[in-house]
Design a protein around this ligand. Structure first.
Ligand SMILES: [Cu+2]
Length: 180
């Protein structure tokens, strides 16, 4: 009886360890050695601003990782309005079953990531979603996604508008838009 309990304790410990290692190697969806707490809740409330739709979205790409690991989404937001902020509420695409906005940040010298309810770009400013910073996390890919392919991603704004953008799927080694 005791032996069985010990065995199952060891088994679950090893499962936890391999998951933790998978999250800490260089292949995570952020492309950054982040301490992944995927379920970390944001410590701020969602923005109540609608903001402007005068937004240009550039250089959208997704680092396509094998099914078991979430893929990272990166792009640049240019707020072209001189007086209103842009509020990005989230992204969605038929190519992935689930996606959310994340932020990687330094806390006590450690890199950690957390969900954010939205991201605000101030009037006239640009904001890059890139490894080690803001990024999207995409899970549950549909079958047959391939590196080099373009997919349509809808960017949902504070106004409720969903802007379609073509995003390029790139290899796990990609770190920026110009990489393959
Ligand atoms: Cu993340």
């Amino acid at each position: 009886m005791n032996k069985i309990i010990l065995m199952s304790a060891l088994l679950s410990a090893s499962v936890l360890t391999s998951q933790a290692l998978a999250h800490h190697d260089g292949t995570d969806h952020d492309g950054h050695h982040a301490n992944h707490d995927m379920h970390a809740k944001s410590d701020r409330a969602p923005s109540t601003e609608k903001g402007t739709e005068n937004l240009r979205i550039e250089d959208c790409w997704i680092r396509l990782l094998p099914n078991v690991a979430p893929s990272g989404g990166f792009f640049v937001l240019h707020n072209q309005d001189k007086s209103e902020p842009v509020v990005l509420k989230g992204i969605e695409t038929e190519s992935f079953g689930m996606s959310m906005l994340h932020e990687t940040s330094e806390k006590n010298g450690m890199s950690a990531m957390a969900m954010v309810p939205d991201v605000t770009v101030e009037p006239g400013q640009s904001l890059s979603f890139k490894p080690g910073s803001y990024h999207a996390m995409l899970e549950k890919p549909v079958a047959d996604l391939k590196v080099g392919q373009q997919i349509t991603v809808h960017f949902e704004l504070g106004t409720g508008k969903k802007m379609p953008v073509q995003c390029t799927l790139k290899s796990p080694g990609a770190r920026k838009f110009s990489d393959q």
